[in-house]
Design a binder for this molecule. Structure first.
Ligand SMILES: Cc1cc2nc3c(=O)[nH]c(=O)nc-3n(C[C@H](O)[C@H](O)[C@H](O)COP(=O)(O)OP(=O)(O)OC[C@H]3O[C@@H](n4cnc5c(N)ncnc54)[C@H](O)[C@@H]3O)c2cc1C
Length: 380
């Protein structure tokens, strides 16, 4: 440990990294040197990709520039992480080397497009670039079969593909072309939101009302753009005119090279403390395998637990809070109505979810969710 202020290096300024750096700044800003590293220039909420894709917001409107993230005790560096040595807590970037007393790896999940043959030539809507491309393509689509297909689980924000088909339905209705279009959703889960049967039932009813076909327990194994065919993992083929994919997820390659990744593609951690097998090295957010969903609200919850552990160590007193594994997700049900599901992964013997019916008033709650983070992290 350095004789001067303890050094905390946080890799990735996403939901987890931003919240962790904010908490450390608030609690022990004058007693710590936090280095937050991200190769991007701005943060974008996951759900904003749906807004961009469906033309409800421009890519520029949803960017939250990192130069607005200014916190005592924290410096945010725009650098690309090239190598991590978890044994010595040393990180090499394209701009230099950083040594840390505590290292937190929060680089999010990467998209493994190559894992699904043909997907590289098709459309995906899980990145800002993919959503931005679709924003140009969707307004010109006026007849045929749309296939929204997920290529592997776990994937970010389990309800997002369901939201996508409901928002797509609305868009096609608005443009008067819905009768000439078919919509199919392929999901590698038994139901749209497995921890909450009530939420799943409501989504299935919404699909049924709108004539959306739902194929559970299957994933996209290959896409043939020339023939416009998707092959599912059971060998069956589905023809499409417009394919909207969700790539398989995995921890970034730099995390695998560091020896932090397990065979399932994610980082094994103690699910309640986010500790990796290396001393003073934590992993939190989408790349960590805690058994909880890959969602911003869960990444934030995990970051809070890591922050409380670091604050206790830095102060030399107090106890760390465990990661609660609880969070509320807002779900776009179409027609501007928002539903909500509160899921709890650790309190009982199995995960549970409490469903709140969709309504227009809940849109204000979702907006408040985003606005409160914007204000807290970026002062916007
Ligand atoms: C369509 C869609 C809808 C969603 N809707 C919701 C929702 O409604 N509610 C919700 O809670 N969640 C939602 N999510 C999920 C949410 O966006 C993620 O779960 C969340 O962002 C994960 O946080 P994280 O900190 O783990 O990773 P991220 O937020 O992905 O942050 C990781 C950061 O690491 C950086 N990085 C990666 N590699 C490097 C490198 N080598 N060098 C430097 N920096 C690097 C990246 O630039 C990034 O900023 C949605 C996601 C999608 C795709």
């Amino acid at each position: 440990m350095s004789a001067t202020l303890p050094r905390v290096t946080v890799l990735g300024a996403g939901f987890a990294g931003l919240e962790l750096a904010t908490q450390l700044s608030e609690a022990v800003g004058e007693k710590v040197r936090v280095t937050l590293i991200d190769h991007g220039s701005a943060f974008v909420f996951g759900y904003s990709k749906l807004d961009v894709m469906f033309g409800l917001a421009t890519p520029e409107e949803v960017r939250l520039p990192y130069d607005r993230f200014v916190k005592p005790g924290v410096r945010l560096l725009r650098e690309r992480v090239l190598a991590i040595d978890p044994a010595t807590r040393t990180v090499r970037t394209d701009a230099g080397t950083h040594e840390a007393d505590y290292l937190v790896v929060a680089l999010g999940a990467d998209y493994d497009v190559a894992a699904t043959p043909g997907l590289a030539d098709a459309n995906e809507f899980y990145s800002v670039a993919g959503a931005t491309r679709l924003r140009e393509i969707l307004p010109a689509f006026d007849r045929g079969r749309v296939l929204v297909g997920v290529c592997g689980a776990p994937y970010k924000c389990p309800p997002a593909p369901s939201e996508c088909v409901l928002m797509l339905h609305d868009m096609l209705v608005r443009r008067g072309v819905r009768p000439q279009c078919e919509i199919t959703l392929v999901l590698p889960l038994p139901s749209p939101v497995p921890p909450s049967p009530e939420t799943s039932r409501a989504l299935l009813a919404a699909f049924e009302e709108r004539g959306i076909r739902f194929l559970p327990n299957r994933k996209i194994a290959a896409v043939d753009v020339a023939r416009r065919i998707a092959t599912l993992d059971d060998g069956s083929e589905l023809p499409w005119d417009l394919f909207l994919g969700v790539p398989k997820h995995r921890a970034p390659a730099v995390v695998e090279a560091a020896g932090l990744m397990a065979e399932d593609g994610f980082v094994p951690v103690n699910p309640r403390t986010l500790e990796t097998r290396f001393a003073h090295v934590y992993a939190c957010g989408d790349l960590a395998n805690t058994g909880t969903p890959k969602a911003g609200v869960f990444a934030e919850g995990a970051a809070k637990a890591v922050a409380s552990a670091l604050v206790a160590r830095i102060r030399g007193q107090g106890q760390a809070d465990l990661y609660a594994g609880r969070g509320a997700c807002y779900i776009e049900f179409g027609g501007g109505r928002i539903g909500r599901v509160e899921v709890d992964f650790f309190s009982g013997p199995k995960p549970t979810g409490v469903y709140h019916e969709p309504d227009l008033a809940s849109r204000a709650d979702k907006e408040q969710f985003g606005a409160s983070r914007k204000a807290r992290w970026f002062g916007l």
